[in-house]
Design a protein around this ligand. Structure first.
Ligand code: 13P
Length: 251
């Protein structure tokens, strides 16, 4: 059966000192509660090694925010899947809307990244979601379907043990505007239906589908209570130990 997951995406926030401090605060906060879900944090790449060390022995897992599609070579400034594995990172976020928008990541590049990550035994949190104009023009289901069909729904079934999906409507990211629990459930059920149509019911039931976009302690419980919402990918609220713990305890 699928797992519930709360994953923090720190984006380009927190230097080394702040990373250690936030992990420490989070460890202290989590000792007082029982987390009924997997807990991940995604610091920037320069702080992954220290984050892995700082979280050792705790429930907190460390994921990366990105990686390059090539295994190695002349790609100045980039980080490979093997480098992530080597420092003890087991999960990578791919396809975030900010990577798609600001760094030109398209379905072709994301297919390469997903393939490379899987070849290196990394778990993937695969992000996708429609723009505001897509939703306004009632095109959101088509957009999401094509983002999935062009990348992860083309994989072999065996790859899916390492795939987590994260639906993040772009209009809800960092805007304070959340999809309603009903909108999230409607889309998550649609997504699970697409997985089922391609791979069958068992696999579809085992895939964790996270919601991302302005999740806060105040709205997490209602969103997570929906049948097909298996947790969240959290931006802003993951930068504060109390808020992030508040979201984790929504399960
Ligand atoms: P916010 O929670 O800040 O809206 O960010 C969501 C997100 O982009 C997580 O990847």
């Amino acid at each position: 059966m699928r797992k519930n997951i709360v994953a923090g995406n720190w984006k380009m926030n927190n230097n080394a000192t702040q990373t250690k401090a936030l992990i420490n605060d989070l460890k202290v906060a989590l000792e007082k509660v029982s987390a009924n879900c997997r807990v991940l944090i995604s610091p920037t790449s320069i702080n992954l090694t220290s984050a892995v060390a700082a979280t050792k022995g705790s429930v907190i897992e460390v994921s990366a925010q990105n990686m390059h599609q090539a295994t190695s070579g002349a790609y100045t400034g980039e980080i490979s899947a093997n480098m992530l594995q080597d420092v003890g990172v087991k999960t990578v976020i791919l396809g975030h809307s900010e990577r798609r928008t600001f760094f030109g990541e398209d379905d072709t590049m994301l297919t390469e990244k997903v393939t490379t990550a899987l070849e290196n035994n990394l778990e993937i949190i695969f992000c996708f979601g429609e723009l505001l104009e897509d939703r306004k023009s009632d095109n959101h289901f088509n957009v999401v379907e094509s983002q999935l069909k062009n990348v992860v729904l083309a994989l072999n079934a065996s790859a899916w043990k390492n795939i987590v999906l994260a639906y993040e409507p772009v209009w809800a990211i960092g805007t304070g505007e959340t999809a309603s629990p009903e909108q999230a459930q409607e889309m998550h059920a649609f997504i699970r239906g697409l997985v089922e149509a391609t791979y069958g019911k068992t696999l579809a039931n085992n895939v964790s589908i996270l919601y991302g976009g302005s999740v806060k302690p105040a709205n997490a419980q209602e969103i997570f209570s929906k049948q097909d919402v298996d947790g969240g990918l959290i931006g802003g609220a993951s930068l504060n130990a109390t808020d992030f713990t508040g979201i984790i305890t929504a399960f």
